[in-house]
Design a protein around this ligand. Structure first.
Ligand SMILES: Cc1ncc(COP(=O)(O)O)c(C=O)c1O
Length: 408
């Protein structure tokens, strides 16, 4: 009889978004006349920028012509895209990353989940708490996280680094030494960031202790503060200890179009073995390249028009973030994030639990957000609102929260 990967059986159910959906559906059914405003999703809502759409159309036409048709894409990405990324995302920021250290993929979720393939099962991982769940769940699937305790909602072999208002949402170096450290800044779910000096502390620690940092910079395009790094390679020595994961989802609205990339510098080694060669082998064996049409559209993001248009989209979302922040502050809430990220993380009032506050917002004000406890135990007592809704709905939701009632 064949055997399954029993690690999957250890995974707790993914209750967060399904519970939210069930609660919202039950409310809608009971109150079909009430308009619900959803500020819970982490998905973009604006259409793709005209420069991207134009290039998608022309790339489709190329596929219709015998002379310009493309079959399999190069496993690691087309040079035109890798070179554009190296120049614009790295050289322009003073980072020494070459085009052949960039591996194009179908997005940051797959890369952050797949990267574990190149590491031994015996590595100990450290994650922020609260956290984007993919890092922990994918390590659990491969058997790297020990046993799950439903009471504490923690895995026995994972080092959790609490990120709360008490430490400014900046993880502290853990007492126990991890091997693989997952960091994500600007952060989902807290919407907070760390400064270059704070990130340098992590890089120095990783270099000293022989750890590798997996740095998820999916939200870097939302950074406006001068001292917040866009890439970990802005820190000295990071090319010898860090892998960086990026996405076109949030900077250019590719959530449904799918494009991302991972940087594995050649200087990153375990003994004599370069992680670059391992990831090239993994990527080339298990992935057959992102579609030409999508990579062409990705390159269009870096054109003058593309930059201008995607900046305008980000400004639109960040204006929503400002409306949410200011609305919550004027209503007396304690608010974090939302300055360099499209997420606003608020402290629930009167010591309410995250889910209690969810129920209050849904039942009384018909606003949907995400309970912080769904992202990890240290998220209890917090709540996430996102800036990805429409400007109209964002304003309307804030009116409801400020006045404590639904005005029509
Ligand atoms: C921190 C973080 N990393 C990665 C992703 C996934 O990005 P992609 O759409 O490129 O798979 C998300 C999506 O919400 C995210 O919040």
């Amino acid at each position: 009889m064949f055997k399954i990967n029993e690690n999957y059986l250890k995974l707790p159910g993914s209750y967060l978004f399904s519970t939210i959906a069930k609660k919202v559906a039950a409310f809608s059914e009971a109150h079909p006349d009430k308009e619900i405003i959803r500020l819970g999703i982490g998905d973009v809502t604006l259409p793709l920028a005209p420069a991207v759409i134009g290039r998608l159309h022309s790339a489709v036409d190329e596929m219709a012509d015998q002379n310009t048709f493309k079959g399999y894409a190069p496993d690691l990405g087309y040079d035109f895209l890798r070179e554009t990324i190296a120049e614009n995302d790295y050289a322009a920021r003073g980072c020494q990353i070459s085009a052949d250290e960039i591996f194009v993929s179908d997005g940051a979720k797959s890369d952050s989940g797949n990267i574990g393939d190149i590491f031994d099962i015996d590595n100990k991982i450290a994650v922020c708490d609260p956290v984007y769940p993919v890092y922990v769940d994918t390590n659990a699937m491969s058997g790297r996280t020990g046993t799950y305790d439903p009471a504490t909602e923690m895995w026995s072999d994972v080092i959790y680094m609490p990120c709360t208002k008490e430490n400014g949402f900046c993880p502290e170096i853990p007492k126990e030494r991890p091997d693989i450290i997952y960091l994500c800044f600007p952060n989902n779910p807290t919407g907070t960031t760390i400064t270059k000096a704070q990130l340098q502390t992590w890089v120095d620690y990783a270099l000293k202790e022989g750890c590798v940092i997996i740095y998820d910079a999916a939200y870097e395009a939302y950074i406006s503060s001068a001292d917040v790094p866009h890439s970990i390679y802005e820190c000295k020595g990071a090319e010898a200890c860090a892998i960086e994961i990026r996405s076109f989802s949030k900077n250019a609205g590719f959530t449904g179009t799918r494009l991302g990339f991972t940087v594995v510098p050649k200087a990153l080694k375990c003994g004599d073995v370069s992680l670059h060669s391992l990831w090239a082998r993994r990527h080339g064996t298990k992935f057959n390249g992102a579609p030409y049409i999508i990579q062409a559209a990705g390159a269009a993001v870096y054109t003058e028009e593309g930059r201008k248009q995607t900046k305008e989209q980000i400004a639109y979302y960040m204006n929503n973030a400002k409306v949410i922040r200011e609305g919550l502050v004027s209503a007396g809430y304690e608010v974090f994030g939302g300055v360099d990220a499209p997420y606003i993380w608020l402290k629930t009032p009167d010591r309410m639990k995250s889910w209690e506050f969810f129920d209050y917002l849904l039942n009384e004000l018909q606003v949907v957000g995400t309970p912080g406890s769904g992202f990890g135990p240290s998220g209890e007592g917090y709540f996430r609102l996102t800036a990805f809704g429409s400007a109209e709905n964002t304003i309307k939701a804030m009116e409801r929260i400020k006045t404590g009632k639904v005005n029509g």
